[in-house]
Design a protein around this ligand. Sequence first.
Ligand code: ZN
Ligand code: ZN
Length: 248
Amino acid sequence: MRLTVLGCAGSFPGPESACSAYLVEAEGFRLLIDFGSGSLSALQRYSDMRRVDAILLTHLHCDHMLDACTYVVVRRYDPSGPLPALPVYAPLGAAERIAAAYSTEGEPVDDVYTFYGLQPGTFPIGPLQVTVDRVNHPVETYGVRIEHGGRVLAYSSDTAPCEALLRLAAGADLFLCEASYQDGLANPPDLHLTGGEAGEAATKADVGRLLLTHLVPAWASEASIVEAATAAYAGPVEVVRPGARYDL
Ligand SMILES: [Zn+2]
Ligand SMILES: [Zn+2]
């Protein structure tokens, strides 16, 4: 299984990165997890933008799904003809949300996407075994656990601390975890993690490696987030960058 970071900026595109988007590949199958603002650009930089086999949107905040609207043009109007409808696993309402953002008439996009509503549980996407569960964020949001060939990748999506996050990440080889907030500040509750909270979750879930993402460079110091995460988790910690690849 290979993870490629396409975008990792939290909440809005940063100076060096698009918003959240992660390409997970196994056995030639390509699953795109989240498709945030600006990430269609990165998808072209690191791969053939037409070669996506399925999309999973963890929630319907703009920074995790807006380029699924832009991508309609790519698939519907390809010079060789329309590309096959793509499975999209997402919270209910994704079809309407993408259609509304794509055109003022809200014309359906079901020629481009076939939508499957997410619910907590385990199911296959291509060769990947995917488990999703609701995490602690103001809208319906799913954390993700992906298993393939005995290896485990877990992704927090956006969340404040919660038990579901620990279950999804339990024993993961790679734990891709958001760290939006700085420790020591009066952060809003039930929204995001601090670096320290990401580190605590990594320790409790006993993961092999912590990859921090969804930092907001304009609002938080990367150094302080890494310091707090490292103080709470003894394993390897790094902040992901666009274009970074991890084989597991
Ligand atoms: Zn976000
Ligand atoms: Zn969000």
